[in-house]
Structures are given as C-alpha cells and as structure tokens.
Design a protein around this ligand. Sequence first.
Ligand SMILES: Cc1cc2nc3c(=O)[nH]c(=O)nc-3n(C[C@H](O)[C@H](O)[C@H](O)COP(=O)(O)OP(=O)(O)OC[C@H]3O[C@@H](n4cnc5c(N)ncnc54)[C@H](O)[C@@H]3O)c2cc1C
Length: 698
Amino acid sequence: MESHNTKYSNPTDEDYNINQDQAIVTRRIQRLSLHLHPISVPPVFSDNLQLLTCTGRAKINVNAENLSEYMRGKHRDIQERVYEYFNARPDLQTPLEITKDAHRELCMRQLMGLVREAGIRPFKYVVEDPAKYFAILEAVGSVDMSLGIKMGVQYSLWGGSVLNLGTKKHKDKYFEGIDNMEYPGCFAMTELHHGSNVQGLQTVATFDPFRDEFIIDTPNDGAIKWWIGNAAVHGKFATVFAKLMLPTHDTKGVSDMGVHAFIVPIRDMKTHEALPGIEIHDCGHKVGLNGVDNGALKFRSVRIPRDNLLNRFGGVSRDGKYTSSLPSINKRFAATLGELVGGRVGLAYSSVGVLKIAVTIAVRYSLLRQQFGPPKQPEISILDYQSQQHKLMPMLASTYAFHFATSHLVEKYSEMKRSHDEELVGDVHTLSAGLKAYVTSYTAKSLSTCREACGGHGYAAVNRFGSLRNDHDIFQTFEGDNTVLLQQVAAYLLKQYKEKFQGGTLTVTWNYLRESMNTYLSQPNPVTSRWEGEDHLRNPNFQLDAFRYRTSRLLQSVAVRLRKHSKTLGSFGAWNRCLNHLLTLAESHIESVILAKFIEAVRSCPDASSQAALKLVCDLYALDRIWNDIGTYRNVDYVAPNKAKAIHKLSEYLSFQVKNIARELVDGFELPDHVTRAPIGTQVAKEAYSQYTQYAGF
Ligand SMILES: Cc1cc2nc3c(=O)[nH]c(=O)nc-3n(C[C@H](O)[C@H](O)[C@H](O)COP(=O)(O)OP(=O)(O)OC[C@H]3O[C@@H](n4cnc5c(N)ncnc54)[C@H](O)[C@@H]3O)c2cc1C
C-alpha cells in the first residue's frame, strides 16, 4: 500500500539542503565578489562540496536509443529523407547572413527542391495521411522556419482551403498544380483593419448574374488584404475571403450572405505580371521569417467565374439563388473556420520541434560549459548550478510533455478527417486552439531563457537562438492570436458546464468534467491536503487531481461571475470583466490535458528504463506546474503549508535528478547535428569549442 504520510527524507538530500546550503551560499558570494573586486577576498575556508555528485539515489540508467525508439513518430523515415536531402545540398542551406530578397528566392528553391527533386509531395499527405504531413512540416521547419511556413502557406492554407472549402470540381482542377508547385498560392484572409475578427472583413464579392461572375472589390484601404504569405513575389492564386453579396429585387439591391472563400488568380501564368485590377505590394522586412514573401493585395472590380466560389458550405446557382445545407450565416462561418484547424495543429506540432532544438542546444552546452567551482578544485559544469537546473529542467520536462500532447492532437485530427465525427470536430477544434496557444507561448518564452542560459555564446547568430526566437515569435499570433484562441477554449468549457447543469448530456470527451465535477467542487479534504510523502506527491492520481481540481474551481467560479456581471454589463461586458479569469481557466484545462497524455505515455512505455526516466520527467512537469500556481492551491486550502513546502523541495530535487539524465533525454529527441546546427550544442562535446571558433576564422 502507498504510504501517504512518509516524510520526504533522504539523508543525502538533507545533507545537500541543510548542511551545505550555507557553505555554498558563502562561497558563491566570495566567488562573485572576486569578480567585482579581483584582488580582494582570499578564500577563508576549504570545503568538501559535492555539487557534482549529490545524488541521494542511483542515477537512472537510460538507454537513449530505446528512449528515442519510443519517442519516434511513425514517420521518422520521411523526416530523415528531408534532413538528408538538405544535408547533401549545402547550396540549399540558409546562410547566417542573407538579404530579404535572397532569402525569399532561396526559400522558394528549397521548396521546389523538396517537391521536385527530393520527390517529397506534402500535399498528397494533407489528404491521405495528415500525421505524415505534419512530420514533414516539422522537419522542414528545422531546416529553415521560413521554409516550414512557406510550405504551410502552400499546402495547409492555400491547398487546404481548396480541399476543405471547395468541392470535387475544385479539387480536380487545382490539386495537381498545387501539389507540384505550378500553382503557388496564397491564403488571403487578414485585412489591414481586421485580423482576429474575421467576421469584420470588408472585401466584397458581388454576384453578377448577367455574366455569371463574381466581382471582387476592396471597398476602402482598411480592407486591403495584408500580411498575405506568398503574395509579394511568388503567388499565382489566392483564396480570398470576402463577403458574398447577392443582388435582390428589393430597395437594398444586395444581400450580404456572410464571409465566403473565392479562388482569385492574381498573376499571369506566363508573364507573372499582376492581373488587371489587382494591386500587389510588399509588406517589407519583418522581425523574422524573411524567407516568406508577405504581401498586400487590393482588388478593383476583379472578375472571376462563379465556379471559383469554394462552395462546400454554400453555393450560388446560375440564376443567383443561394443554397446551403447550413441554416445561418453563423453556422456557415463556424463550419468554414472549423475546416482550417489543420494549420493550427501544424503550428503546435512544429513549435514543439523548435523547443526540442533549443533545449537540446542549451542542455548540451550547459553540460559542457564550466564556470567557477570549489576552491582549488576543477571548475564545475554550469548545469550543476541549481539555478541553471531550474531554468532548463522543467523546460526539458515540458518538451516531453508537449511531445506526447501534440502527437495525441495529430492522431485526433487524423481520426477526425477520416470519420467527420461531430463530437470529435468540437474536441479537435478546442484542443488545437488550446495547444497551439499554450505551446507556442511557452516555446516563445523558453527561447529567450535558452539564449540567456547559454550566456554570451548564446547570442552568437551561429548558435541559432536569435533566428529561432525571431522566426518563432509570430507563431503566437498567426493562425489565431493566442489570447483569442484561449477564449475559444474557455467558451467551450463553459458550454459543457452549462449543459451539465441543465441536465443535458455532455458531448465532451474530456471525461473529468463529466465524471468528477461534483467531487472537485466540494471542500478540499483537510487530511489529504497535509499529505507530503514523496509517494503521494509522485502519484499520478494526486497530480491529475490537483490539476483538475484547479480547472473545475476556475470553471465554476467564472460561471458564477459571468452570470452576476451579465445582469449589469450584458454578456460582452461580463466576458470582458472576467477575461483574465477565463484565460487562466483555459490554460489550466490545457495543462490538465497535457498531463493526462503524459501520464498515459509513461504507462504505455514498454522499456523499463525509459519508463523510469519518463516517470521522473513527468513528475517534474506536474510538480513544477503545481508549484508555479501554489498560491491558488493555498488560497483554497487544497494544499496545506507543509505540503506546499514538500512540493517545492521535491520539484527542486526532481530537477536535479532529471539533470543527471539530461544528456540522454535530449539524445532521445534524435536530432542530428546537421539539424540542430549550433556549434555549442554539438553532440560530441569535445568538438564544440573548436567548431565554434572555426566560425570566427581560427
Ligand atoms: C508573418 C505573418 C504572416 C501572416 N500570414 C498570413 C497569411 O498568409 N494570410 C492571412 O490571412 N493572414 C496572415 N497573417 C495575419 C495573421 O493571421 C494576423 O496577424 C492574426 O490573425 C492576428 O490578427 P491581428 O494582427 O489583426 O491582431 P489583432 O487582432 O489586432 O490583435 C492585437 C492584440 O489585440 C488582442 N486582441 C484582439 N482581439 C482580442 C479579444 N477579443 N480579446 C482579447 N484580446 C484581443 C490580441 O491578443 C493581440 O494582443 C500573417 C501575419 C504575419 C505577421
């Protein structure tokens, strides 16, 4: 039986924490003061610090090969083909210093090379095997993130809109050209005045029944399509989102049928000149992703055939009648946007790929780099500093957690594409919004932490953090701004909550809301809130319970607040009054989902030593998150003061334990040096400095 109340007491930990703390602090102050006053304080004591070996328990023996075998997605082979292709083509590798125009041309050549020379045809997989498509996207993103995004624009956005919003006639006409890159295209949704608020778009497509055509117009400068990837230089077509206007016989003259998508040729197939009525400009140099040619499009009475309306959710007949299987503008709009979640899945998945690269470089370098140390003894590795462990080990644990969560998302997405099951559509929509928002925000912050953790050498462009950070930063905004996406998660949770309390059945597949809401809403158990034993804290039931308890409380309290405020402020005002609360709720829920998937992955791991390593990492992920939000748990007495202290102590200790296997854990990501491409993060540590100095000409 589990011993819930055994004290967390390991003799060596105690030594480490109590006997030596003071000595370490004193010595660190002396060391640092030596820096400030180089000739001042001589060492006054000799110590016998065991920073390097302060293990209470034996280090887990991890076999990195077995671990990566388990981690490896089923499409590793195609990723290797991508890596090998670019590795063998130095002329297609992006140099550190490159102009915007040269980068754009290189990026196009990289994509052409991939498709036409390496024979990797991503579009086929968008249809047949989305998991394989996302694996390719992740791999090309590690070659150059601009390439990943350019590929995403071509296949997920332009191609995806044709496949998912169009019908057979569109697929028949455009599939081949999109696939083989003869039809490079764009996805033109955003306008100068409207990004997140897609329903506020102003571009219009008016049906002309006499000529059986739509006329696309930009009614004012606020409606100029802005930020459109592939538009500035390479695109021949664009899927343009515009309000569909149908002529009526009343005094209004036209009727607004809501936002629809239209295929609009933008450049001549032969001359590549912009077509009549289309004005194209360059959005210019960006903070990152300069290999992608983002442009602005303005339309003046541009005529396209009626067939160019992507009519899966609503069509117009020859005589100008509108038909749709969906009853309202809102429903059609939701269905249209719902079909575009693939882009979000790709971003969440690729963001984990970026995090893997950054963590790998930072951990390898931190193991190699030595600064300071006990007097008259060799310097120690910077990863032996508790502060460095604190920066990097929870991040390493999160990378593992996100790996399993986004793999799960990809599976669910593929299943949804096969089955079109309605319940799954709602789940995937919410999960992709939540994971995209949560993971990309986390990765963006972590990239700065990794740079800083690598000191001055982290700032050298050759060591990659700068480009990773700049290129990745916009992942937080495009394909749905993160703050906006988290609100969709919160809204979905509230819908489930309402249905539950109105006696309806829940459609949500996240069972914990269905099964345990009442338990979670009862008062915390005063006995368990004091349990501080390691067995208890490392028990997945406790960890999941803590995450879900927090989500359920947040859900219930925000529902009450919304009800109260809507009486005076109306629903929009009430939502805004509770907005931060709602965002916390959404994040809390996503963290619960991530933890649940991680726990499942640990359980399913067939190799004992890999499983032990993953269990350690999973515990760190869970306890670190609980500790980060300890105020919330304390406020509601879910955790008593002694337990809070034990959680903190154990999470620091787990960080230390994870540090001991950090090398194997990053090796588990199986990223060869030609993918990480940072000299300081090279696999063969003894070569790191020499590879690095070569860049400076030594
Ligand atoms: C490099 C790049 C490439 C792009 N590629 C394309 C492309 O190919 N095609 C395309 O159509 N678009 C593209 N975009 C546009 C992109 O999708 C939008 O920028 C994005 O949807 C966000 O919209 P926005 O810029 O209008 O931000 P805004 O919506 O104006 O957001 C600005 C701020 O306001 C906050 N905010 C907005 N609404 C709310 C709310 N309801 N509640 C709380 N806070 C809110 C946001 O959190 C954010 O912090 C691209 C953008 C960039 C920068």
